[in-house]
Design a protein around this ligand. Structure first.
Ligand SMILES: Cc1cc2nc3c(=O)[nH]c(=O)nc-3n(C[C@H](O)[C@H](O)[C@H](O)COP(=O)(O)O)c2cc1C
Ligand SMILES: [Fe+2]
Ligand SMILES: [Fe+2]
Length: 382
């Protein structure tokens, strides 16, 4: 943030292994927070409690002896609000700013005592002097109480978890990849709610977006909005095929590789193979959203599906995966059942098109299996 009045006071977390207890973050995580220094001093958000000491140090340095008048609570989830008690202990004269749901939810985490609270509603403003914050509710992006704040004089949108990504700010990575994995795993289920808030934001002139995770955005705002438009409408981004497989003894894996090879030879623009047992499920899920065509290949396991595939489909269901073309490959030594099971598990997801043929392998793939693999590749290329 290049403003004299709006200062970054967030932290990088390099100790964290799993974000929200399940998503690997090898490049760490940032918990962002800001302070606006004007006639009134307004802090936007705290950070995860594990990083509270660094945060309070950053805050004190930015305040340079002043006291915060307001603390805006954009999101009550612990990665942003679990240092709130420490904040209030350090600055007991502060007024907490949130909506009705914010305060209800804070009571679930804290017994805050007699701290001042200012309840705000959609569209209300808070004047700080030259700066004015306007509040925009963003329910279910990512929790019900989530609230954006738009600073009118510098045209800054404080966007809570929206437009965030995995990875600490002092690490280099690709914004698209880690923002996609973050968005689809964390907010993915709530596309219509994201659409609703994008429509509200479309009326604003935005120079800078300050999300609670990942870098501040300026020149890339059009690109980022384009990505959010695709992700929140479940629209594929890439031409090509993801082949996700779960294989007990490697035969299904060999079929997946053969299929990938066949697709390559037919000129498929991009083919990605993913071993669900050995790769991060959250990355596989992000790729299942990136591609429009996905092949699910699995061994039969005790008349069911190999658990890594079953889990993966559960994750797809949990994120409302939809509008995709699906190919199925199964393997079984005596009574292959995986394809039937996978299809049943996908039932109810919207606008899935299942391709023919389903490839059924008994044990190791043989020459007699090649025509079916070829036919599935042709269907994927059509
Ligand atoms: C624990 C276990 C359970 C299995 N259950 C079934 C089954 O219910 N039906 C079947 O046809 N094959 C079953 N199989 C056999 C595998 O599906 C078969 O070996 C298949 O070829 C595995 O493909 P893969 O090499 O990709 O793992 C089972 C294998 C294992 C190890
Ligand atoms: Fe969140
Ligand atoms: Fe968050």
């Amino acid at each position: 943030m290049h403003s004299e009045s709006i200062r970054y006071i967030g932290v990088n977390d390099h100790e964290i292994d799993l974000f929200e207890g399940q998503y690997p973050v090898p490049l760490g995580m940032s918990y962002n927070a800001w302070v606006i220094l004007d006639e009134k001093v307004c802090v936007l958000d705290t950070v995860d409690r594990s990083c509270a000491a660094d945060y309070l140090k950053n805050l004190a340095a930015a305040l340079d002896g002043r006291q915060p008048d307001y603390l805006v609570v954009s999101h009550v989830e612990p990665d942003h609000a679990s240092s709130l008690q420490l904040f209030v202990d350090a600055y007991p004269q502060v007024t907490l700013v949130g909506n009705a749901k914010t305060f209800q939810m804070l009571d679930n985490y804290f017994q805050l005592g007699p701290v001042a609270k200012q309840m705000v509603k959609e569209g209300e403003t808070l004047s700080l002097g030259a700066h004015t914050l306007r509040f925009i509710t963003a329910p279910m992006v990512h929790w019900p109480e989530v609230m954006f704040s738009y600073e009118e004089s510098e045209q800054v949108l404080f966007s809570a978890d929206a437009f965030g990504k995995f990875g600490a700010l002092d690490m280099e990575d690709d914004w698209d990849d880690e923002a996609r994995r973050y968005y689809l795993n964390i907010v993915g289920k709530y596309g219509p709610q994201v659409q609703a808030v994008l429509k509200k934001a479309a009326g604003l002139s935005i120079r800078t977006i300050c999300p609670l995770h990942g870098p501040t955005l300026d020149e890339t705002i059009p690109h980022v909005l384009e990505k959010y438009q695709l992700w929140s409408t479940y629209t594929p981004e890439a031409e090509g095929v993801l082949i996700a497989y779960a294989s007990l003894h490697g035969n299904t894996a060999a079929v997946a590789e053969k299929l990938a090879d066949t697709l390559d030879k037919k000129g498929c623009p991009e083919v990605m193979l993913c071993d669900l047992a050995r790769n991060d499920f959250s990355e596989a899920l992000a790729q299942a959203f990136r591609f429009g065509k996905v092949v699910l290949a699995a061994s039969t396991y005790n008349a069911g599906t190999m658990p890594f595939m079953e889990d993966f489909i559960n994750h797809l269901r949990a994120k409302n995966w939809q509008k995709r073309t699906v190919g199925l490959v199964e393997n079984g030594s005596w009574a292959p059942m995986a394809a039937k099971n996978m299809k049943a598990q996908l039932e109810g997801l919207k606008e899935l098109t299942f391709l023919e043929p389903v490839v059924t392998i008994k044990g190791a793939p043989k020459t007699s299996d090649l025509p079916a693999i070829e036919a599935l590749a042709d269907a994927l290329m059509a």
